[in-house]
Design a protein around this ligand. Structure first.
Ligand code: GLN
Length: 494
């Protein structure tokens, strides 16, 4: 039998439906692969009995011809999603003992569709980071390496466990969350597809909150078609999240392969940043050419407030984080470190529970929200946010259907390379992705080629609100033209 872990979700679904193999067999193949890949540190919790039990149930439903959209397909879950009875830590010491009594809406939707949970995936602590190096469980190592070089590389972040696991065939698809790029950037670094849907498309209920006005859940998979399939199952109205929008979920899979003739694609001139590598620029031009050859019209557009996006994001996100993280006080959740009185208990608990990046964000957030600085920083950043959204609205009101940009300014970097330096260096990685969260828009990253030293590079397509279908159609064209990139050398198994 061929290696079952190499199948796309769509092919695996077909194989299951045809009775070529069972979900128990498929799940078993992934569990074996996970066991051989501990060196990557992609999973923070493996729950082997659970997936095998879920797969057995799934096989029964399949036999009774009651299979759902994702029936029997093994998935990995970012450790930001609460999973009932299964520890959920946000990869923070402060939540190491937390076992949720409830299931997040997104994961509940996946299980309702027949998905099988393989385990919980590593991420940056509370999803704060761009490299998965801030996790309390240690960094994730990318399955990718530069040509002829064994330097360990980052898989991107914050959803680095998800991206590494999908790229290394340790799950067929995975969930992620994206507050400033945490789905798109790791997808780009590992040569897979990731989509952050429109704010409000997926429920945030049961997802550990980072910055509530920016957080969105979305899928990772190895093909555009697979991400479309997953998003269809994850999305939908949920009265438990007041920002979740009540509109029907389209058939995203249908959009894959739809004609893009006449679609107007904007190329924003402000994204041509100083010092951008030539190969990124070349990739961007190829992307535009592929879309044009498929019948799209390419136009230059301007998003004049782009240069303020990163500074404004790094005020809004920490502000919301400092407020969201106030709940970890040693009283109601997870870890408690006693003190002489309640204040000292709070201090001891939070000092022991939070890592340096999270502490930095809490301090910045508390500062920008404090009485004397609220107007100067927080209110200003919110105004900038409106201007950024206004830039996109203006472009879309001129008939532009989507915007094409690189996903990241560079390919993946080495573990430790940017952690030692000034934290701003790490923040600069989000330059092309944060604008999309600030404006609440959907964005997809699709692999578009390899760098000179053999690492994946991604292109980002940004769409109008709730027009994820357009993104899937366009991304499919890029995927077809660029050809799939995949890890050939499974070095971690040796
Ligand atoms: N890298 C960004 C940050 O550190 C975005 C993280 C995310 O999207 N969760 O805030």
């Amino acid at each position: 039998m061929t290696d079952l872990t190499k199948l796309s979700l769509t092919a695996a679904r077909e194989g299951l439906a045809q009775g070529e193999f069972t979900s128990v067999e498929l799940t078993g193949a992934y569990l074996d692969a996970m066991e051989q890949a501990r060196a990557l540190n992609a999973y923070v919790l493996e729950t082997p009995e659970k997936p095998l039990a879920m797969a057995a149930e799934s096989d029964k439903r399949m036999a009774a011809v009651e299979g759902g959209l994702l029936e029997g397909l093994p998935l990995g879950i970012k450790d930001m999603f609460c999973t009932e009875g299964v520890p959920t830590t946000a990869c923070s010491n402060i939540l190491k003992t937390f076992v949720p009594q409830y299931e997040s809406t997104v994961t509940a939707n996946l299980w309702k569709a027949g998905g099988v949970m393989l385990g919980k995936l590593n991420n940056d602590e509370f999803a704060m980071g761009s490299s998965n190096e801030t996790s309390a469980f240690g960094p994730v190592i990318s399955p990718w390496r530069r040509d002829g070089d064994t330097t360990p590389l980052v898989p991107g972040g914050s959803s680095g466990g998800s991206s590494a696991a999908v790229a290394a065939y340790l799950c067929a698809g995975a969930t992620g969350t994206d507050t400033g790029g945490s789905i798109r950037q790791p997808a780009a670094f590992t040569g897979i597809v990731g989509i952050k849907p429109t704010y409000g498309r997926c429920s945030r209920w049961g997802i550990v909150a980072f910055a509530s006005s920016l957080d969105q859940a979305g899928p990772f998979a190895r093909t555009v078609n697979d991400t479309a399939l997953l998003l269809g199952a994850m999305a939908g109205y949920d009265p438990k999240d007041s920002t979740c929008v009540n509109r029907p979920v389209p058939d995203y899979v249908q959009a894959v392969g739809a004609s893009i003739k006449g679609k107007k694609i904007g190329i924003p001139r402000e994204y041509r940043v100083d010092g951008m590598a030539d190969e990124i620029d070349a990739l961007w031009k190829s992307g535009a050419k592929w879309l044009e050859e498929a019948g799209a019209e390419i136009v230059d557009v301007s998003l004049p407030h782009t240069k303020y996006a990163l500074p404004a994001y790094y005020i809004v996100a920490p502000a919301e984080a400092s407020s969201n993280l106030a709940r970890y006080d040693g009283v109601r959740y997870g870890v408690r470190v006693p003190g002489r009185d309640v204040v000292e208990m709070y201090e001891n608990t939070r000092a022991a529970g939070f890592g340096p990046e999270v502490r930095r964000r809490i301090m910045i957030g508390t500062y920008v929200l404090s009485a004397g600085y609220y107007d100067a920083y927080y209110v200003r950043a919110q105004k900038v946010r409106s201007l950024i959204k206004g830039d996109f609205d203006a472009v879309f009101s001129h008939g532009v259907d989507a915007i094409l940009t690189p996903t990241t300014p560079s390919p993946a970097f080495g573990i430790g390379e940017k952690m030692k330096a000034d934290p701003v260096e790490m923040y600069l990685n989000d330059i092309f992705t944060v604008t999309v969260n600030m404006a609440g828009l959907p964005g997809i990253s699709v692999p578009a080629g390899l760098s000179a030293d053999g690492l994946p590079l991604g292109l980002q397509l940004i769409g109008r609100p709730f027009e994820e279908e357009t993104l899937f159609s366009l991304a499919e064209v890029v995927e077809e033209a660029a050809g799939r990139v995949s890890v050939e050398d499974l070095w971690w198994r040796k």
